[in-house]
Design a protein around this ligand. Structure first.
Ligand code: MTE
Ligand code: LUZ
Ligand code: MOS
Length: 751
């Protein structure tokens, strides 16, 4: 089934926040954000600004009617700065004017003075200074002292990976409307409508029922709108609440890049020990996360780094520690993979270091350590339906690895200045929010009198195709054509108390809730047919192809007739469903439990050609075998794998996020921050569907696919370093990501 948005997308008719028709009286908001990274505010004068023609309001923290607080996990982030600023780009004041241009011009007249305070941008410096968010976290398995004794080879090193700009095509934005009795209705580009609702209620000092949040779709989120859509929605709502006018706030690209947090950069120390057979016996890693100036989701991201620190490998003795470090950068946040990629990058570096020292192919170490059925993760969960080895073996066979290795070796032997590199990247990713209470969802189904169906869920469409999957579920349950189903906006008054659409669990959680609602209506309708047709057994009543069947025979009732008759017979044609993932639990104090409903596995093989004169490279192919369970929509799922892969490749190759010592973002535009385009994607991407038939908790056995494929991208880093070594054997220990052309060139000529 095609993506239900493809028609309006390709015609440019899909509606985003900035496309909403402008209501009369609308005011346009612009944010005055901190020009310095750290300081105590000594003067904030907006008197002149308030007098400007076209300026209607200037709002500072003093005008906030409720609590000046937007922190989700820790209350450490004001909506508008009060006595101090902690990062460049931190919102200090907002101007509401009759046009966006006037609002932006007016910002220049705001007088802001501050006494500078020391600026920290490096997480290790922050940790040494005691600037820590939450507590240091540890996951442990086995006995380290015993483990190290059993090792024949032990290596220690450091691995660093950088942050990443989300670069959703639609920037952050919201459009807020005042409603009678101090209520607010707001359209927000958010992955978390309930988070926005709660944030607004808190800052306005009103109960949540006074705030209605509506989301049609997002032009991309990638985690960047899980938490960080909230501050901008709050500011728009605050404007509407105080001015009693509709207020629109849509960030321009440069504002968005400057003000919002990104993927967390990490620096880590590792120690790995192997026995004679290259089995990893012990692994220790100590992660320092660059959290930025406030907690945001950092503690949860930090935790997922620990969950995925051993990637798809079994390590009997593991000690993992992680520290969230407070720096003077915009608060970093969720980004596809949510700390998992950073954890995996470090163990892949450790394995590479061991392989380099032992002068063997790193794939040899990877392969013998893959997870097996019944293995224990450092957090206590046991693998069930483990596909790590199966995807690896299938990748070796389907992509003819022996022939590929020979071809690469022959190429490298016959070329002086061009070298090819290969890298395997196995992945294992846990599906569920690691914070157990977030794993539930609701759906609401209406069948209208004419037989058409309206479906609301808590899921937010951001390009990943969740709405299409929801239509498929409803259509399948009612035996209807997809055209009979309409996916409504995600709205807090129809579906309340939603978890954000995140953790790749959107389709699983909301899809199961939707199935429960559909099943309840269907049972009522079939029972009604049973009575009307005087059928002995309910099982004899079925729906096929929009028609009622009894005992396998077509009746004279169409779906429409059934619905109309049921309505006249006063049968309830609406239903809600609620689903809570069974089994999941996790004890944060012991670091043990069964946090994930299931795991997703896969293996990629990346082939790259490096131009050793210029340091540039091209990806010849990325070949993937991915564990989809039983994909309910192969087109959408393939798209998720391809998109995730390329986004992950961008993270470890060209996306070079830079801040200077003053905490100023240097890579602040698309001219200085390069993302993969059609010329830099692999020439070939092959995705093979490993179809498995285990019972699992995935919706219709179709496994979550949103985030896991991003981590195939990590293979790009190690394919490049493999090629570099073929040119310059001294270029080992390259564990600093991204592998930009500049960095590759330096490595090629390093001695
Ligand atoms: N795909 C597109 N096109 N746009 C997005 O913003 N976000 C990713 C992934 N795929 C994203 C995407 C992230 S971070 C997550 S968590 C999942 O989609 C969320 O959707 P799901 O739970 O329905 O898989
Ligand atoms: N968000 C969250 C996530 O709040 N908890 C998670 O476990 C998670 N995992 C991935 C992405 N977002
Ligand atoms: Mo995705 S990082 O869970 O929004």
């Amino acid at each position: 089934m095609k993506n239900i948005d493809s028609y309006t997308h390709t015609r440019g008719e899909s509606i985003y926040v900035d496309d909403l028709p402008i209501l009369g009286g609308t005011l346009f908001a612009a944010i005055f954000d901190s020009p310095i990274a750290h300081g105590k505010i000594t003067k904030l004068d907006v008197a002149q600004t308030r007098l400007l023609a076209g300026v209607k309001h200037v709002i500072t923290h003093e005008n906030i009617p409720g609590e000046n607080q937007i922190g989700g996990i820790f209350p450490d982030e004001p909506a508008l700065a009060d006595d101090a600023v902690h990062f460049r780009g931190q919102p200090v004041a907002i101007v509401l004017a009759t046009s966006k241009k006037i609002a932006h011009e007016a910002l220049k007249t705001i007088v802001f003075e501050a006494d500078p305070l020391p600026i920290i941008v490096d997480p290790r410096v922050a940790a040494a200074a005691g600037e820590i968010i939450g507590s240091v976290r540890t996951f442990k398995l086995g006995d380290m002292a015993k483990g190290w004794k059993e090792c024949a080879h032990i290596y220690e090193g450091q691995a660093d990976c950088n942050g990443q700009e989300h670069l959703y095509i639609e920037g952050q934005g919201a459009y807020a409307f005042p409603v009678e009795n101090d209520c607010i209705r707001i359209v927000s580009s958010t992955q978390g409508p309930t988070q926005v609702q709660r944030g607004i209620a808190r800052v306005l000092g009103v109960p949540m029922h006074k705030v209605e949040v509506d989301v049609r779709r997002l032009g991309g989120g990638f985690g960047g709108k899980e938490d960080q859509a909230t501050p901008f929605a709050v500011l728009a709502a605050l404007g509407a609440y105080l001015s009693k006018k509709p207020v629109k706030l849509v960030l321009d690209r440069d504002e968005d890049m400057r003000m919002t947090g990104k993927r967390h950069p990490y620096t880590a120390d590792f120690k790995i020990g192997l026995d004679e057979n290259y089995k990893i016996i012990a692994y220790e890693a100590d992660f320092f996360q660059n959290a930025g100036a406030a907690a945001d989701l950092s503690p949860a991201v930090l935790e997922r780094t620990l969950f995925h620190a051993t990637n798809a490998y079994f390590v009997p003795n593991t000690c993992l520690t992680a520290t969230s470090c407070r720096t003077n950068l915009p608060p970093n946040t969720a980004f596809r993979g949510f700390g998992g990629p950073q954890g995996k990058y470090v163990i892949e570096s450790a394995i590479t270091m061991a392989a380099e020292a032992l002068a063997i192919d790193r794939a040899v170490i990877q392969k013998v350590n893959l997870l097996k059925e019944g293995d224990e993760f450092p957090y206590g969960q046991i693998t069930e339906g483990c596909e790590a080895e199966k995807t690896w073996h299938q990748a070796e066979v389907d992509y003819e690895i022996e022939a590929t290795r020979k071809r690469v070796a022959a190429f490298n032997a016959s070329h002086k200045n061009l070298k090819k590199g290969l890298a395997f990247m196995p992945i294992c990713f846990g599906i569920s929010f690691t914070n157990t209470p977030m794993n539930h969802a609701r759906a609401l189904v209406h069948i209208y009198q004419d037989g058409s169906v309206g479906v609301s869920t808590g899921a937010v469409e951001m390009g990943q195709g969740v709405n299409t999957k929801m239509v498929q579920i409803a259509a399948q349950n009612f035996a209807l054509a997809p055209e009979k189903i309409k996916l409504e906006t995600t709205n807090t008054t129809r579906v309340a108390n939603t978890s954000p659409t995140a953790a790749s669990a959107g389709a699983d959680l909301n899809g199961q809730a939707l199935q429960i609602a559909c099943a309840a209506i269907l049972l009522r309708l079939r029972t009604f047919v049973q009575k009307e047709f005087k059928v002995a057994h309910l099982e004899a009543v079925n729906l096929h192809n929009e028609w009622v069947y009894v005992d396998g025979e077509k009746t004279d009732w169409s779906w429409e007739t059934l619905v109309t008759n049921a309505f006249v017979a006063r049968i309830q044609l609406s239903e809600k469903g609620h689903y809570a993932t069974p089994r999941v639990n996790f004890d944060k104090t012991t670091g043990k439990g069964h946090p994930f409903a299931y795991h997703v596995y896969g293996t990629s093989i990346t082939e790259v050609t490096v131009d050793c004169v210029r340091g540039i490279y091209e990806f010849d192919a990325v070949n993937i075998v991915h564990d989809f369970g039983q994909s309910m929509n192969k087109g959408i799922d393939r798209g998720q794998v391809e998109g995730g892969l390329v986004q992950g490749m961008g993270w470890v190759t060209m996306e070079d996020l830079r801040y200077n010592e003053e905490g100023r973002l240097l890579s602040s535009a698309l001219s200085t921050y390069k993302v993969p385009d059609i010329f830099s994607v692999p020439k070939e991407i092959n995705v093979k569907f490993l179809e498995t038939n285990h019972s699992n908790l995935a919706i219709l056995k179709s496994k979550a696919v949103g985030e896991p494929p991003l981590m195939y991208g990590i293979g790009a880093h190690f394919a490049i370093t493999d090629a570099i070594k073929a040119f310059n054997p001294k270029a080992i220990g390259l564990f600093e990501s991204p592998m930009t052309h500049e960095r590759v060139l330096m490595a090629l000529y390093k001695d």
